[in-house]
Design a binder for this molecule. Structure first.
Ligand code: ADP
Ligand code: MG
Length: 610
C-alpha cells in the first residue's frame, strides 16, 4: 500500500514537472499522445476487455471533434456547451452502433463498425457543413477562468487531468462488477449468459464506453488544434489506433496507454518516412499477434510463467480442501418446480428431442441417462434457454419459460454446468465465482456514472460472499489461479461452485463426473447431496450408472430424443427398453466419444479479439 502511494505520488510529480523540461514542439507531441491514449482506452475497453471488434473508434473521435467544431463555428455555442453536446452526440452514435449488437455475432459487428467509420469519413469529406476536404478552422480556445488554454503548456494540464480521470474510471470499470461481466462475455459469452449476464446489452455497453472515450478525445483534440480536417479521422489512423492497442496489450488499459503514447512518439520520429512507417507498423502488429498476443503489457507475465515452468516451480502448496456441507433447509412444500410438456427440438432434419415430457419436483435429485446423442444436453439447453423448443412448453417455478433468455432463467433461479467445461479462461477462479454472484441487471450500471460508492459497496459485499463460496468448496488456495492451470477435477468443482454461487433453485449438472477419479466421484456425491439438502433441486445427466443409481431417487431415460422409461433406479434398470437401448449397449456407448459441441453452437473459434 505504502509503495503504491509512493509510486502514485512519483507519477503525479513527474506528470506535473514534465512540461518544464520540454520544448514547444515536444509538448505538442505529448498533448497529441495523451489524446491518443484516451482513444486507446476506449478501444481497449471495447476490444480487449469486452471482446467486441470496434473499427468505429475514429468515427467516435470524429463526432467529438467535428461536433465541437460545428457547434462553435456554425451555431455560435461556447466551447464547453459544444463539448457537452458533442460528447452526447458521440455516445449516441456509440449506442447506435450497439443496436445491431443486440442481434449480431461479433464478427459481423466488426463489419458494421467499419461501415460506420467509412460512412462517417465520407460524410466529413463531402458535406458542406463539415467544410469538405478543407475541414473547419477557427474553433475558439476553450475558456477556463485564470488559465490561458491557448498555451500548449497549460493545455497539457487540462489534458492530463481528463486523461487521469479517464484512466482511473476505466480501471474502476474493469475491476468491478461491470468489467468482470464484460470480460466474462469476452471469454465465453454463452457461459456468461447462463450466469445472468445480458449479453446484447453488455455488447452495447462496450460500444457506449468506447464512444465515450472517443468523444472525449475528439473534444480535447478540437480544443488543442482548433482545426479539424478529414485526414485525422481516416482509416489509416484507425489502423494506427488498432496497432497501438495490439502492441501495447489490449487486455490491459495501461498497456493500451503505453502503446498509444509509444506509437505516437515513434510516429513523430518516423514522420519523414511515413510511407514505410505504415508498413512497419503492419509488420510489428503481425509479429505481436504471432509472438506476443498479449502485447507489451503481457510480456512480464509471460516471462514469469516461462521462468517458473523452466524451474519446475510450484508457486504454492495449494490443495483442494474438503467441501463444507450447506446447512440443511427444512423440507418445505413439495410440488413441481420444472414441468416440460411435449417438447420437441429439431435441427433441420435431425430430431434431437421428440415430445419429451417430464416433471421434476422441488427437492428432487433427478437423473437423466441415455446413450450418446440421445438428446440429454439438448434438453438442458432447452431448459436453460440456449435453444428454443421447436414445439412444446417449459414451465419453471410456475411461469412459462419456453421462450425465456438464458440470463432471465438465471435470474429466475436456474444454474447449470457444461458437459465440456466452460469456465472464463482469463478470469481468476475468484472472478469466475464473482460473475455468478452478481445478480444485478445491466441497467443498474447507471451507478457507474453517478453513484460510484454504490458500486464499491456492492463490490465489497460480493467479495465477502465469494470468499465464503471458495471456502465452502475448498477452493481458497486457488482463488487467484487461472482455471486452465488447474487439474480437471478442480475445474469441475469450480464449475459447480460457480453455478451454486448464483443461488439457484434448480441446478443442472451435465455429466459432472466425466473425467473424475474414484475419490473425486465420492466427493461429488457428497456435494450433490448437500446441495439438494440445502433446498436446491438437482437434475443430473450422467454416464456413470453407479453414480446415478446411488444418488438419484428418480431417473428419466432418453433414447433417440424420446423418454423411454422413468422411475426409481430399480424400476428403470428392469425395463426391457432400457436394457436394450442403454444398458445392453453400455460397453459400446462408453467407447463412443461425445459430440464436440455441448450447446450446439459451433465450437468456439478464436476471434481476433479474444
Ligand atoms: P447427448 O447429450 O444425449 O449426448 P445431445 O443432446 O448433445 O446428446 O445431442 C442430441 C442430438 O442432437 C445429436 O445427434 C446431436 O448431434 C444433435 N445436436 C445437438 N445440438 C445440435 C446442433 N446445435 N445442431 C445440430 N445438431 C445438434
Ligand atoms: Mg451431452
Amino acid at each position: 500500500m505504502k509503495t503504491r502511494l509512493t509510486g502514485l505520488a512519483a507519477i503525479v510529480i513527474a506528470a506535473w514537472a514534465l512540461p518544464y523540461g520540454l520544448g514547444s514542439y515536444t509538448i505538442h507531441v505529448v498533448n497529441i499522445a495523451l489524446i491518443y491514449a484516451l482513444l486507446a482506452i476506449g478501444m481497449g475497453l471495447a476490444m480487449g476487455i469486452s471482446g467486441q471488434i470496434n473499427l468505429a473508434q475514429v468515427a467516435f473521435f470524429g463526432v467529438g471533434a467535428y461536433g465541437v467544431a460545428i457547434l462553435t463555428t456554425h451555431s455560435g455555442h461556447g466551447f464547453w456547451t459544444a463539448a457537452v453536446l458533442a460528447l452526447l452526440g458521440s455516445v449516441a452514435i456509440g449506442l447506435f452502433v450497439g443496436v445491431p449488437a443486440l442481434r449480431m455475432q461479433s464478427h459481423y459487428l466488426g463489419i458494421v463498425t467499419l461501415g460506420l467509420a467509412l460512412g462517417f469519413i465520407n460524410w466529413i469529406t463531402n458535406a458542406h457543413v463539415t467544410g469538405g476536404a478543407d475541414g473547419i478552422s477557427g474553433i475558439p480556445v476553450p475558456t477556463l477562468p485564470g488559465i490561458d488554454l491557448s498555451s500548449e503548456y497549460l493545455y497539457y494540464y487540462l489534458e492530463a487531468v481528463v486523461f487521469a480521470l479517464g484512466l482511473v474510471f476505466g480501471l474502476f470499470v474493469v475491476h468491478t462488477a461491470l468489467g468482470r461481466r464484460l470480460r466474462a462475455m469476452r471469454d465465453d459469452s454463452l457461459a456468461a449468459g447462463a450466469m445472468g449476464a445480458e449479453i446484447p446489452l453488455l455488447r452495447m455497453t462496450a460500444f457506449l464506453l468506447a464512444s465515450f472515450y472517443g468523444g472525449l478525445a475528439g473534444i480535447l483534440y478540437a480544443g488543442l488544434i482548433r482545426y479539424v480536417a478529414p485526414e485525422t479521422f481516416s482509416i489509416g489512423n484507425m489502423f494506427i489506433l488498432l496497432a497501438m492497442v495490439i502492441i501495447g496489450g489490449r487486455r490491459s488499459l495501461v498497456g493500451c496507454v503505453i502503446g498509444a503514447i509509444g506509437l505516437t512518439l515513434v510516429r513523430e520520429w518516423l514522420s519523414d518516412f511515413s510511407t514505410y512507417a505504415q508498413l512497419g507498423y503492419g509488420v510489428v502488429v503481425v509479429l505481436m499477434v504471432v509472438f506476443a498476443p498479449t502485447g507489451l503489457a503481457g510480456i512480464p507475465a509471460r516471462v514469469r510463467d516461462q521462468y517458473r515452468r523452466r524451474r519446475g516451480h510450484r508457486t504454492t502448496r495449494a490443495e483442494l480442501r474438503p467441501f463444507t456441507p450447506y446447512a440443511p433447509a427444512p423440507t418445505t412444500t413439495q410440488g413441481a418446480l420444472l414441468r416440460i410438456d411435449a417438447v420437441s427440438k429439431y435441427f433441420r432434419g435431425l430430431r434431437a428431442l421428440h415430445e419429451v415430457s417430464l416433471t421434476v419436483d422441488a427437492g428432487e435429485i433427478r437423473g437423466i441417462v441415455g446413450p450418446n446423442g440421445s438428446g440429454k444436453t439438448t434438453l438442458f439447453n432447452v431448459i436453460s434457454g440456449f435453444y428454443r423448443a421447436t414445439s412444446g412448453t417449459v414451465h419453471f417455478a410456475g411461469t412459462d419459460t419456453t421462450t425465456a433468455r438464458p440470463y432471465a432463467l438465471s435470474l429466475a433461479g436456474t444454474a447449470r454446468t457444461f458437459q465440456n467445461l466452460r469456465l472464463f479462461g482469463q478470469l481468476t477462479v475468484r472472478e469466475n465465482i464473482l460473475v455468478a454472484l452478481d445478480r444485478s441487471r445491466t441497467h443498474t450500471i447507471w451507478r457507474y456514472a453517478v453513484w460510484q460508492p454504490g458500486v464499491i459497496r456492492q463490490e465489497r459485499r460480493l467479495r465477502a460472499q465469494a470468499d465464503a463460496v471458495l471456502e465452502r468448496y475448498g477452493l481458497t488456495d486457488f482463488a487467484e489461479a487461472a482455471p486452465a492451470s488447474l487439474p480437471y477435477g478442480i475445474q469441475r468443482r469450480i464449475e459447480i461452485a460457480r453455478a451454486m454461487a448464483a443461488g439457484p433453485r434448480l441446478l443442472l449438472l451435465d455429466e459432472p463426473a466425466a473425467g473424475l477419479n474414484g475419490e473425486e466421484v465420492q466427493q461429488l456425491v457428497r456435494i450433490v447431496r448437500s446441495i439438494r439438502d440445502s433446498g436446491t433441486t438437482v437434475i443430473l445427466i450422467e454416464h456413470n450408472m453407479g453414480l446415478v443409481m446411488s444418488l438419484c431417487e428418480k431417473i428419466t431415460v432418453l433414447s433417440s430424443g424420446q423418454v423411454i422409461a422413468e422411475g426409481t433406479p430399480q424400476e428403470v434398470v428392469a425395463t426391457p427398453e432400457v436394457i436394450e437401448a442403454y444398458l445392453g449397449d453400455s460397453e459400446l456407448t462408453d467407447l463412443v466419444p461425445d459430440p464436440p459441441a455441448d450447446t450446439g453452437q459451433p465450437r468456439r473459434t478464436k476471434e481476433a479479439t479474444s
